[in-house]
Every structure is written in structure tokens, then in C-alpha cells.
Design a protein around this ligand. Structure first.
Ligand SMILES: Nc1ncnc2c1ncn2[C@@H]1O[C@H](COP(=O)(O)OP(=O)(O)O)[C@@H](O)[C@H]1O
Ligand SMILES: [Mg+2]
Length: 251
């Protein structure tokens, strides 16, 4: 479980996170939605320790990372995988090297790296014949899978995804969502996904809406289309902000 309390963040006197309170349940998939520039990535980066909050608390599995010493934080972050926006593979490395890079850099013996890389590729439904291919030889969807396999190498319990499907065609979006769902179930993960693809609601458990620097809604993603919460109603239908108009017009 990730518990966020009264979280605030300012950059140069501009408040981006304005008091976020959010409980992200363990072993479920929670989607964070919100307009571009709302501070979704900034929120995720605070959870993973890439950005230091101005104030507030972030408690991951009972450990408050805003109070812990650096090396204790690193222990917590070892459980967390992060798939960042536009996650790119290194073009000069093959799939084996891209997926295994952290293991190779840490001096893990080749046979072990190969075993782990093969295992993670299988988890993202990739065949081993791509092991020695280069990113330029792979489709967009395959590259995303390889990126996911790379995140899985450290066996995270929590995965944070920042817009994992941006820039993909609708069919590939569906395939990646199914894969995320599949991994979620197989590995019993806690997944947090920033996404603009409302199709993900089908696979997720919860939706949180970030608006004006705060979580304005948290609820069940399966019943999201029936929600009468005004923020959610307008956001998921792409309606401009302001009072809800009566949508059903009879002729
Ligand atoms: N390191 C930073 N320094 C200053 N401003 C930042 C920094 N990171 C993000 N911001 C600002 O915070 C706002 C929210 O950014 P971001 O979290 O990336 O939005 P999004 O919801 O689209 O992911 C933007 O106005 C951005 O310019
Ligand atoms: Mg972002």
C-alpha cells in the first residue's frame, strides 16, 4: 500500500502538488488521470524519490520515505519499478543487453543474466529469437514490451507507469494494457498508471483524478462511466470544465 498525506510540492514559488491525499491499495491497479501539466509526473516522481516533496508524507509499505535516511529509502525503492514516459531502449544495445543492463553493470555472471532476461521476456510474451536483435529491428509494441521486461528484471512489487501507451496505435494500446493486466495478476503487483487512454479503465481497479494539484476523485474504475461525480463525469467525456449541462437533448 502507498499512502500519500498532505503532499505538497513547489517549484520556484509555483505550487504544483497542492495537498494530495491518496491511498493506493496493494495488489491492485490504480490509474491516475488528469490534464496535461497537472502534475501527474511530478506526483509519480515524488513517490519514487526522483523529486523531493516540499512537505507531506509518502508511506510505502509502512515506511515513510520522507523521514527515512537515504540508504533506508533505497531499500524501499528497490521494491519499486518505474516505466517512465517515452521510456526508450538504448539503440546501440541488443535486447539481451537492454533488458539485463542493470545486472550486467552490477557484475552478475552472464549465465545468470541470460536466465533472468529469458524469464522476463517470457513474462511479457516475447520469444527468445529477439534476444540479439537491436531496437531498430523491433515494432513499437515490441519495444514497449522489452522496456517492461527491463523493469521486471529487479522483480519489483510495485510498478509505476507514466503514460505507457502514449504514441501507440489503438491495437498496440490494447495489447499493452492486456499485458499490464496480465502481469499485474501473475505477479500480484501493485500498479500505478498515469494514462490518457480511457480504455485502461476496463483493466484497472481504481481511478484517481488529479485536478488543481489535488485528488478530486477516487473510485472504482469498473463503474466509472456511471459516476455522477461532476469532475469525473466531465473529464472522462472530454467536456470543458464548468457546470454540467443536461446532455440528453430530446428532439
Ligand atoms: N523539475 C521541475 N522544475 C520546475 N518545474 C517543473 C519540474 N518538473 C515539472 N515541472 C512543472 O510542473 C508542472 C507539472 O508537470 P508534469 O507533472 O510533468 O505534468 P503532467 O501532469 O503532464 O505529467 C509543469 O508546469 C512543469 O513545467
Ligand atoms: Mg507527465
Amino acid at each position: 500500500m502507498i499512502e500519500i498525506k498532505k503532499l505538497k510540492k513547489e517549484f520556484n514559488n509555483r505550487w504544483i502538488t497542492k495537498g494530495v491525499d491518496l491511498v493506493i491499495p496493494a495488489h491492485q491497479m490504480t490509474v491516475i488521470i488528469g490534464r496535461s501539466g497537472e502534475g501527474k509526473s511530478v506526483l509519480l516522481k515524488q513517490i519514487i524519490g526522483l523529486i523531493k516533496p516540499t512537505s507531506g508524507n509518502i508511506i510505502i509499505d509502512g515506511k515513510d520515505i520522507t523521514l527515512l535516511h537515504k540508504h533506508k529509502c533505497e531499500e524501499v525503492f528497490r521494491k519499486v519499478g518505474y516505466v517512465f514516459q517515452f521510456a526508450a531502449l538504448l539503440d546501440s544495445l541488443n535486447v539481451y543487453e537492454n533488458v539485463g543492463i542493470t545486472l550486467i553493470e552490477n557484475g552478475v555472471p552472464h549465465d545468470n543474466v541470460l536466465r533472468i532476461v529469458k524469464e522476463k521476456l517470457a513474462l511479457v510474451n516475447l520469444k527468445q529469437d529477439i534476444l540479439y536483435k537491436y531496437p531498430s529491428e523491433l515494432s513499437g509494441g515490441m519495444k514497449k514490451r522489452v522496456g517492461l521486461a527491463r523493469t521486471l528484471v529487479t522483480s519489483p512489487e510495485i510498478i509505476l507507469y507514466d503514460e505507457p501507451t502514449t504514441g501507440l496505435d489503438p491495437i498496440t494500446v490494447r495489447i499493452i494494457h492486456e499485458l499490464m493486466f496480465d502481469m499485474q495478476k501473475k505477479l500480484n503487483l501493485t500498479s500505478v498508471v498515469i494514462s490518457h487512454d480511457i480504455e485502461i479503465f476496463k483493466f484497472a481497479d481504481n481511478v484517481a483524478l488529479l485536478q488543481d494539484g489535488q485528488i478530486k476523485f477516487f473510485g472504482d474504475s469498473k463503474t466509472i462511466w456511471e459516476s455522477t461525480n461532476p469532475y469525473i463525469y466531465q473529464f472522462i467525456r472530454g467536456l470543458p470544465e464548468g457546470p454540467i449541462k443536461n446532455e440528453v437533448q430530446e428532439d
